[in-house]
Design a binder for this molecule. Structure first.
Ligand code: FAD
Ligand code: SIN
Length: 521
């Protein structure tokens, strides 16, 4: 089937839906999403969204905290723009129907604090902020007559001059996006979506690693698509590991214990119940995430144990049950009463700071292609994202991209010369076991050699092992009927390759990139 839409959006998380709602007044919008519409990292977000809402805080402080967490390599202009826009974007979320908790009087937002923040500035909805944001945005989008949300549609590749038979390299000037090819996961048909403007909002790539807080859909599809289309990517060496995921090895994704719990006073302890963060940073358990994750990793290596503890018992039963109901219930379901027991935690891959390089308008290096949310790289996070700045970045860049796209769409048409997907010669129905096993191997390689602590040798070893997996999978891909798992595997391999390549190119320790062979920034 061939479809024509003014605005094509790939992804129905906070970034995709925020963009869709804004452009919908100016044309027809089609949102493709590979699973159920609500599934994505957005709905798992716990802590909240950072913004300066009252005079007790200031833009300058939030800017300063972001720059410090980013370890000196954030783009200052981007940081200032994002943080100054935050209150307006929060008010819009509220208008769309998103509820944030308020204080007892009900006239002010109740604000939390997280690692790296010098003030209480995290707007939240109990400890399930993302679920509330996703609910509010999805309800608003579903009610809009110009927005069509199509579930179980897997975008395979963005369409460029390459599909018109032209040779496209990363040096080709003026690469253009004409839409995407997408697999209908119910019929196995590959459809052609022609668009005037396309937004990638495909989220993260946590599943490159064995242990991740991100849902199974986070397989770096947008980044891999732009890589194949020869677009510009950046900063992928900065994979953020969240210090405290619940240690419950069989569970995927790993359940998060929000940093807001440390903001409320919970303390990291070793297996003997002793505090250890004083050895690493004067900000203790509330130091920026890269520092805390490395400290935990080091303590785990010293003790040879698989987890450490987060002690929240002294916070008080009522505060824990009312303030963190999701975490309380989850832990209780596996026999841990957080009001009486310490919580076993370990770091898990959580957030990709890098991605598709975009400018202040969210425009990528490929014309008519925008990116927003976790798949993008704006320069806000530098070497390490400040907690709760990601939902903020997503709404700010969805807004900027929408404003630019609304302007651009007036002058654009569809490219009728685009051919339909060519599935000739693809006859093999591959055994699922080959795909799942290769995925597991890939995750092991990345976790063992390209995790929190790296070295030249580990990166070289990962690169060599990955090469084999890459060749096997490309061979499979060239002969096989296209399926979602095979496509995702291919995308994960591309992302792993890019992480390793950029990690090898980064010749100093900065932010989340830490190698035993390099000097500190
Ligand atoms: P997502 O919400 O991940 O959505 C991606 C969308 O793209 C999905 O709809 C998916 O189906 C679709 N998609 C992907 N590939 C394809 C494809 N090939 N074809 C079609 N559709 C596709 N950040 C904060 O700021 N504060 C927090 O408190 C916070 N807590 C977090 C807690 C957890 C457990 C996790 C995992 C992350 C947390 N983050 C938090 C990070 C934040 O939630 C994410 O970065 C953010 O939600 C990403 O939003 P997004 O719209 O970019 O992508
Ligand atoms: C958390 O709640 O700890 C996650 C916050 C974030 O990733 O920004």
């Amino acid at each position: 089937m061939r479809y024509e839409v003014d605005f094509l959006v790939v992804g129905s998380g906070i970034a995709g839906l925020s963009f869709a709602l804004k452009v919908a007044e100016h044309g027809r919008v089609c949102v493709l999403t590979k699973g159920d519409a609500q599934e994505g990292s957005t709905r798992y977000a716990q802590g909240g969204i950072a913004a300066v809402m009252y005079d007790s805080d200031s833009f300058d402080k939030h800017i300063h905290d972001t720059l410090v967490a980013g370890d000196g390599i954030c783009d200052r202009q981007v940081v200032e723009m994002t943080i100054r826009q935050a209150p307006d974007r929060i008010r819009e979320l509220v208008q769309y129907g998103v509820g944030f908790d308020r204080d007892l009087q009900g006239d002010r937002f109740d604000l939390h604090r997280e690692g790296g923040h010098s003030e209480f500035r995290i707007l939240h909805h109990k400890d399930n902020t993302g679920e509330e944001i996703e609910r509010g945005l999805l309800e608003a989008a579903r009610q809009h007559p110009n927005i069509e949300i199509k579930e179980r549609q897997f975008a395979i590749d963005i369409i460029t001059q390459h599909h018109l038979g032209q040779r496209v390299t990363k040096h080709t000037p003026g690469i253009e996006c004409y839409g995407v090819y997408a697999l209908d996961c119910d019929t196995n048909r590959i459809d052609t979506y022609l668009s005037k403007v396309t937004l990638l909002a495909t989220g993260g790539m946590g599943n490159v690693y064995s242990t991740t807080t991100t849902p199974v859909i986070s397989t770096g599809d947008g980044v891999a698509m732009v890589h194949r289309a020869r677009g510009v990517l950046s900063d992928l060496e900065f994979m953020q590991f969240h210090p405290t995921s619940l240690y419950n090895p069989a569970e995927k994704p790993a359940f998060l214990i929000t940093e807001a719990m440390r903001g409320a006073g919970a303390i990291l302890k070793d297996r003997d119940g002793k505090e250890f963060m004083q050895k690493y940073d004067s900000r203790l358990s509330l130091a920026p995430r890269d520092i805390v994750a490395r400290a935990i990793d080091n303590e785990m290596k010293i003790s040879g144990k698989d987890y450490l503890y987060l002690d929240a018992r002294h916070i008080g039963k009522q505060h824990l049950i009312e303030g963190f109901p999701t975490i309380y219930a989850k832990c209780l379901s596996i026999g841990i009463d957080i009001t009486r027991d310490m919580i076993p935690v370990r770091p898990a891959a959580h957030y990709q700071c890098g991605g598709i390089k975009v400018d202040l308008n969210g425009e990528s290096s490929i014309r008519h292609l925008y990116a927003a949310g976790e798949c993008s790289c704006t320069g806000l996070h530098g070497g390490n994202r400040l907690a709760s700045n990601s939902l903020l970045e997503a709404v700010v860049y969805a807004h900027n991209a929408a404003m630019a796209a609304i302007e651009e769409v007036r002058h654009l048409g569809y490219n009728a010369a685009v051919p339909d997907w060519n599935a000739e010669g693809m006859v093999l129905n591959e055994e699922m076991v080959l795909i799942t096993q290769t995925k597991r191997e890939l995750q092991e390689i990345m976790s063992n050699y390209v995790g929190i602590v790296r070295s030249d040798l580990r990166l070289q070893r990962a690169f060599d092992r990955l090469n084999l997996i890459f060749r096997e999978t490309e061979d499979l891909y060239n002969r096989s009927v296209l399926t979602e798992p095979l496509s995702e595997l291919r995308n994960l391999i591309a992302c792993a390759y890019l992480i390793i390549k950029m990690a090898r190119a980064r010749r100093e320790n900065v932010g989340l990139h830490y190698s035993l062979d390099l000097l500190q920034h």
